[in-house]
Ligand binder design. Sequence first.
Ligand code: PBG
Length: 328
Amino acid sequence: MSFPNIRLRRLRQSPAIRNMVREHNLKPSDFIAPLFIMEGENSTEEIPSMPDYFRYTLDVLDKELEELIGEGIQSVLLFVKVPDELKDNKGTEAVNDQGLMQRSVRFIKDHYPELLVMTDVALDPYSSYGHDGIVENEEILNDESVEVLAQMAVSHAKAGADVVAPSDMMDGRIGAMRKALDKAGFTNTGIMAYSAKYASSFYGPFRDALDSAPGFGDKRTYQMDPANTDEALREVELDIQEGADIVMVKPGIPYLDIVHAVKQNFNIPVSVYNVSGEYAMIKAAAEKGWLNEEEAMMESLLAFKRAGADLIATYFAKAASRLINSNQ
Ligand code: PBG
């Protein structure tokens, strides 16, 4: 049967019918809200390349946390900005149980125990070279880095992190972390693996936020080549074998095909990271009056669900949740 018997526009005639046949919906619990925390007191700094997004000192984080929770967001992903004098090539501050990350986790879990706290595990904010691992002769060492990353995960778990989120792309780190966590008694601490993380130009604004741009070279010897799909599936497969609970694809919009392929191939929760550059693009175009910000935001977030993502880490978490809640 075809036209004129079939008219697909029948199902598009009114908001009611469109709402009834809509295949995918966004809800606040789909979102993971990234938070940037810095040392100091009583201050909030807007990140220049991420309009309306801020770094907070821990003592003024309450308002933001209450707003996120008020909108129904259930999880946060923590990143810290580390002062230069605490950076080195060994991750000393990364494994400091009294470090800013560890203090932040304790603070949030003490005051908002219902909030799921995820922590970034990688050395770049702590590295004098701005790389995710330990550097020797301009090479990013794998196995030595994995050892420190595993200790870092344990330190976060001790502070109370619910889920650790390794974003470093070293080989074997998920297995090493799982083993270290279990050995330290943290069998219930989850791992959200940045499994298919590409060497992307869309991380630029984030590196401004944390002052973590690589001091030499780039990240192409550990992050993935944007040209590859098969390799992403191998990365995901290995991370699952090593014990990942959730796998992630990053960035988001330019890699929707990868999100889809991962969801089709594996039965595991898939998250996607709608990264800083994707946020900046929409914000910048909206500032110029070239895009409708809310519509562009919702359309891109919905695209992640359609591609197969279960969870979305996004700087739009609060704004999108607010919009979803106001439309109900
Ligand atoms: C660092 C890390 C990066 C992001 C999350 N964790 C940057 C990088 O790999 O250089 C990017 C997030 C974003 O751009 O929003 N390990």
